[in-house]
Design a protein around this ligand. Structure first.
Ligand code: ATR
Length: 302
């Protein structure tokens, strides 16, 4: 890259707001995408306190920011400061991508798009399948909306806190006509076998952590595909156990990369080719597996 062609008076600004923000992987991810796409832009991290959110969003708009990502803990509160919100983000109830419009920023949710793409490239076909979703937080919310959109036959919610699973089930049932159920962790071993299981809890997350939300690994017998939203460690105990029973196993790294590419696509109104997306993923997985990941903790990443 020739620095004179980039970072000049024409450079378009992008960024991410969150708190904390220091460990976010998004600046590496988005600047890699900008570079790969040959676009004269720059992407920077901003730590913003909750009380300053309105000023920050309005200020970044006034400064001409073309697009922003939003991460923990602002994905819900940011919705108060937008001109409009895309339908899917509305359903998820959280926004992680802002796009500049004439009237202010419009909100989108690309976590769900990243998960969708990850299912697609890893050949996890949800349509007509019985699914089990472990967790009922932010990640589970996106996953549940996606499972409904992709036409799962059934979604079974499993969560430590039953009320949160019930609330998520109620929300999803307001637009999903498939079958739903809420069960406890104790029940999952005797419950009708699902085809696909998703871990959307934080159990097992972190370098050196070796825990799984599924305590009896025999659970994985006869299950087709297993997805973990976690990617640190690269292979969680959850995936390791599932692999021993022959399940197709996918971690959260593709979801991370593709949610970033989806934000770029929204900002630029383009579609990144599968080939370019793969090049971006390869460059980032090399960085990530070589140790760049040590700077990253999943809870602090959008
Ligand atoms: P995220 O945005 O990453 O989804 P979150 O909204 O804090 O994070 O949700 C974390 C999920 O992990 C929740 O489903 C949480 O269960 P509770 O709703 O009962 O809190 C789940 N979780 C976290 N620690 C857990 C543990 N030790 N055992 C079981 N579930 C756990």
């Amino acid at each position: 890259m020739n620095i004179f062609d980039f970072y000049n008076g024409h450079t378009k600004p992008y960024g991410i707001i969150g708190n904390p923000i220091e460990h976010s992987f998004s600046p590496v991810l988005q600047n890699t995408i900008l570079q790969k796409m040959g676009f004269n832009g720059v992407y920077v991290p901003f730590r913003v306190d909750e009380k300053d959110m309105q000023k920050a969003v309005e200020g970044l708009y006034a400064l001409g920011f073309e697009g922003l990502n939003v991460t923990v803990p602002h994905k819900i509160s940011v919705m108060n400061y937008l001109c409009c919100i895309d339908d899917t983000a509305e359903k998820v109830g959280a926004v992680n991508t802002l796009k500049r419009t004439e009237n202010g920023f419009k909100g989108y949710n690309t976590d769900i798009l990243g998960l969708k793409k990850s299912f697609y490239i890893n050949k996890i076909d949800v349509k007509g399948k019985k699914t089990m979703l472990i967790g009922a937080g932010g990640a589970a919310n996106s996953a549940a909306v996606l499972l409904s959109q992709l036409g799962a036959e059934k979604i079974v919610f499993v969560n430590r806190t039953n009320e949160k699973a019930e609330a998520l089930r109620k929300h999803i049932s307001s637009f999903y006509s498939g079958e739903t159920d809420v069960i406890s962790f104790d029940d999952m071993y005797t419950y009708e076998k699902p085809d696909i299981v998703i871990n959307a809890t934080s159990v097992g997350m972190g370098e050196g952590v070796w825990e799984s939300p599924v305590k009896e690994s025999g659970f994985f017998k006869d299950i087709n595909a297993v997805f973990d939203v976690i990617y640190i460690p690269w292979e969680t105990k959850f995936l390791n156990d599932a692999k021993k029973y022959g399940c197709k196993c996918v971690n959260g790294f593709d979801m991370l990369i593709y949610q970033g590419i989806a934000s770029y696509e929204i900002w630029h109104d383009i579609s990144v080719s599968d080939e370019t997306a793969l090049e971006i993923k390869d460059a980032l997985s090399e960085y990530f597996l070589k140790g760049g990941k040590k700077a990253v903790k999943r809870n602090e990443i959008k």
